[in-house]
Design a protein around this ligand. Structure first.
Ligand code: ATP
Ligand code: MG
Length: 876
């Protein structure tokens, strides 16, 4: 059975059990500060489990894109070495929200595996939770009973497991509960006879592995570690699709299934190395095939590799793949990008974003490959130099600190460093490296540590109504609050029954303002969204939490932000008209001060194109289009109206369409009532941020006026400085040309006058046995001049030691020049001479063996310095 059919079979089965089949939610998470990537199917339903949001359907089944590369679930280092952990994988799940519970979950899971897929039941094992005294939770007798009814021969096939394996928690806090895992033994009959499977369950054997986890969510873990019963009980199951595929296709490794084989074959073709011939090759091919998926899906969702947060995680995954290609397969050219078409062909039917984003994904991977391969090259050179230096001093241990620096600044992997050192008979001070690594981790933990307390419920109102589209003032009540510690500072987060405050999202910053009750006047410093809650950040709590508050949004800031947000839409529309419909939004930032708009386009915009875009956007401003909003329609309906869709909506989300004339967009932001309010849009920069992605920055309204006025003011100042009424550009060009002629003349005069000084100095030279000595105090007005004279004498071809002193602006300056011959043959060194004599002028200096200078505070010491130098030279 092909992977595609298997996925469909799962959906069909659960559809027959009245489940609604829904598409995967995005893998890159935007609105949850506690999680960067979806790491389990349940993430998107967290609010339903917590009772913050009602469930639309009581039963759901889906296949969810998951990524386990950071935080609580991190399998990155396993990937490639084993055959059943991936970074990105699909998790098949069936869900009950307050509907069926353990009995049906277990029976259906059993039926699907043994009847629908015909997996022999003697190969299956089930685990149940043994209970925990610490949490006062007893053994899961109910689950045991249901499993017993399934298995014909339950002896040794139902195994008790500890909290580690059989109590599922999403994070430090949140919904959780006991779970029952299904494991499978895919070993050959002989092996199975030799060692019974139950002895290998949860023991890390590659052929006795967990495939399905049935989680019975019934608690909420609080910040203090205690468990609260949830208002309703839920089922959350997760089955590794790639593992199931391996079982059904009779393979021993996920990578042998049709999910990965086409990509692995392509790697073989490109590298000329066969999969299955050599361990190190196989590991590398698995790493590359796996990481390609993680990175491609992430880019398809708009999360590009970058230097921070989620982007950095993605960059590191891709770099790991590049490195394995470089190290194990010996490929020093970019090649991973060439695998994107095969991946897209293989998975694009179920995940259309892979198909539509194919070219861009390949381009971005290609660019990353080029730059990281350069890094690898640079790092190699640095290591070689270090090895050479260390060899001179006969050191066999390479400093951990340097290895860390290579890793941290250049992204140069430490295992590669070790490998190279080994080739040179050296070892790495690994402990030193790890110490550096630990202290860096510690530093970043301290920087990022936020500790959120539990929510205190003030009133039992679900969700928050956002009233900020119509008004910026409202009467509100607090429904819950909690304290949050960030870098030793404590804030409070408030949730209201309704709010006029816009929460940061869709690139638009959060509102600020105040809430007032009696004498309490509390400023709202920011408004954020966490899942579906709108959270107001304040630094102190009001004295009475149960009263009504007048909530006032900072109107000025809101209006300026609205100007910029609407301008973003107009610029987007103008870009698509001027450049073409390949322009798609890739990101944006809308603040009261300015706007930033990122979009796909391949080349730098010409000045003419920028002007056209600006003109068109400003024409739409003057046409004063009124805001038209269509709210609460489905994504598909919105697309029919012609709205430009953004990726990232979850299934079932209702969307909002914002229209200004011909500009139609999906958008949850706040806007002007009519475009005329914006007054003026001025684009202030255009540049690249990644391959095929450009960024425009612009200002509007009074900020645009300020920008233009300050440019005009500078122009006025220049005109005044020029003291001329003619054309400014012409005048400035003339000035620049004149300036360059003058500079050349000055250089010429300086050389001439240096030549004069040189000649008079040479006349005063004292001839010693094998060279001449010139030692004089002269008058020049710059150290540069002093050096010019020295260079001329150095180039004269006569072996000379030159000692010069001069006073410039009350300070003493010394110079020592030694002809190259004397440096090389007689070992006379200008640096040691200058060091000897500079204390006479109360100063210090340095330079190179042939030319050294010193500066000091005591010009009266110059003659003494000169005669001291002459003495030294004569002794040589
Ligand atoms: P394991 O112990 O094998 O790492 P887990 O306990 O981390 O599994 P769960 O968090 O219960 O797994 O996830 C549910 C299912 O998802 C697992 O039964 C497994 O089939 C699959 N799964 C988990 N992690 C991965 C991964 N890194 N790659 C592929 N499939 C995975
Ligand atoms: Mg795991």
């Amino acid at each position: 059975m092909k992977a595609k059919e298997l996925r469909q079979k799962f959906f069909d089965y659960f559809r027959s059990k009245e489940h609604e089949i829904i598409p995967s939610a995005p893998m890159v998470i935007k609105n949850d500060p506690t999680l960067m990537f979806t790491n389990a199917g349940m993430n998107q339903f967290k609010d339903i489990f917590l009772g913050n949001q009602p469930a639309k359907f009581k039963r759901i089944a889906n296949s969810q894109k998951c990524l386990r590369v950071s935080g609580k679930h991190n399998d990155l280092e396993e990937v490639g070495y084993d055959t059943y952990h991936h970074t990105m994988f699909e998790m098949l799940g069936n869900w009950s929200f307050g509907d069926y519970f353990k009995k049906e979950a277990i029976e259906w899971g059993w039926e699907f595996l043994t009847k629908e897929l015909n997996i022999p039941e003697e190969r299956l094992y089930a685990t149940i939770f043994e209970g925990s005294e610490e949490d006062s939770v007893s053994r899961d007798d109910a689950a045991y009973g249901y499993w017993k009814n399934c298995f014909l021969n339950p002896v040794n096939h139902i195994i008790e497991g500890s909290k580690k394996d059989n109590f599922w928690e999403m994070g430090e806090t949140g919904p959780c509960g006991p779970c029952s895992e299904i494991h499978i033994d895919i070993r050959d009959d002989q092996e199975r006879k030799r060692t019974p499977g139950h002895l290998l369950v949860n023991k890390g054997h590659p052929h006795v592995i967990e495939i399905w986890n049935l989680v019975f969510i019934q608690y909420n873990r609080k910040a203090n570690g205690e468990l609260d019963q949830l208002p309703a009980k839920h089922v959350d199951t997760g089955m590794g699709f790639e593992r199931l595929c391996m079982v059904v296709q009779g393979k021993k490794s996920n990578y042998d299934t049709d999910i990965f084989q086409s990509v692995i074959k392509e790697i073989s073709v490109i590298t000329g190395k066969k999969y299955g011939e050599k361990d190190t090759w196989d590991i590398a091919m698995r790493v590359i095939a796996d990481h390609l998926r993680a990175v491609s899906f992430s880019i398809a969702e708009g999360q590009l590799p970058s230097n921070n947060k989620a982007g950095y995680v993605i960059r590191r995954i891709l770099r790991r793949a590049i490195r394995f290609g470089y190290n194990n397969l010996g490929i020093e050219e970019p090649f991973i990008y060439k695998l994107v078409p095969v991946l897209s062909k293989n998975m694009g039917d179920h995940y259309p974003e892979l198909k539509s984003g194919k070219d861009q994904i390949a381009r971005i991977i290609h660019e990353e490959e080029i730059s990281f391969l350069k890094t690898l090259g640079k790092g190699l050179k640095m290591i070689e130099k270090m090895i050479e230096d260390n060899r001179k001093t006969h050191t066999k241990i390479f400093p951990g600190k340097v290895a860390f620096e290579l890793y941290d600044t250049f992204g140069f992997p430490v295992d590669l460093t070790q490998l190279i050192l080994k080739e040179h008979g050296m070892t790495l001070d690994l402990e030193g490296f790890e110490n550096e690594m630990d202290s860096q981790k510690e530093r970043s933990r301290e920087d990022a540590s936020t500790e959120a307390g539990d929510w205190h419920i003030v009133s039992n109102v679900e969700g928050t109504e956002f009233t900020g589209y119509e008004k910026t003032e409202d009467i509100v009540e607090i429904t819950r609050y909690r304290s949050v510690k960030l870098k030793a500072e404590t804030f409070f987060q408030l949730v209201f029954n309704k709010t006029p405050f816009y929460a940061e999202s869709g690139g638009q910053v959060g509102d600020t303002g105040v809430i007032i009750a009696g004498n309490d006047r509390i400023s709202v410093k920011n408004t954020l969204k966490e899942n579906n809650l709108i959270i107001h950040i304040v630094s102190k709590l009001p004295s009475d939490l149960t009263t009504q508050f007048k909530a006032l949004v900072d109107n000025e800031k809101r209006n300026m932000t609205a100007n910029n947000h609407t301008a973003t839409h107009l610029i987007h529309f103008a870009l698509r008209t001027v450049l073409g419909t390949h322009v798609e939004q890739k990101g944006s930032l809308v603040t009261p001060e300015k706007l930033r708009f990122d979009f796909s386009h391949f080349t730098k915009m010409t000045k003419d194109e920028i002007t056209k875009v600006e003109e068109m956007a400003n024409r739409m401003v003057r046409e004063n289009h009124r805001l038209n909003v269509i709210d609460g329609i489905s994504k598909e309906e919105a697309q029919k109206i012609g709205a430009m869709a953004l990726f990232g909506e979850k299934y079932g989300d209702k969307v909002r369409v914002v229209e200004f004339g011909s500009s139609i967009e999906l958008c949850g932001g706040t806007h002007v009532h009519a475009t005329g309010t914006i007054g003026l849009i001025k684009i202030i920069s255009e540049g690249a941020i990644a391959s095929g992605i450009r960024r425009i920055e612009a200002v509007t309204a009074s900020k645009a006026e300020e920008y233009i006025n300050s440019k005009l003011d500078s122009l006025d100042e220049i005109t005044q400085l020029l003291k001329s009424t003619g054309n400014v550009t012409e005048n400035v060009s003339k000035l620049v040309a004149e300036n360059s002629i003058l500079r050349k003349n000055i250089e010429k005069f300086q050389a001439q006058s240096a030549a004069l000084v040189k000649r008079s100095l040479e006349e005063k030279a004292i001839n010693l046995t094998s060279f001449r000595l010139i030692s004089e105090q002269i008058e020049v007005d710059s150290v540069e001049m002093l050096k010019t004279i020295a260079h001329q004498i150095r180039n004269s071809g006569i072996d000379t030691v030159l000692i010069l002193g001069c006073e410039i602006e009350g300070k003493a300056n010394l110079l020592v020049m030694v002809s190259d011959n004397l440096v090389n043959l007689k070992r006379i060194n200008a640096i040691s001479i200058i060091k000897e004599i500079s204390h006479e002028i109360k100063g210090g200096g340095g330079g190179q063996p042939f030319l050294a200078t010193a500066g000091g505070k005591n010009p009266t010491g110059i003659p003494a310095a000169l005669s001291r130098a002459a003495e030294l030279i004569k002794k040589l």
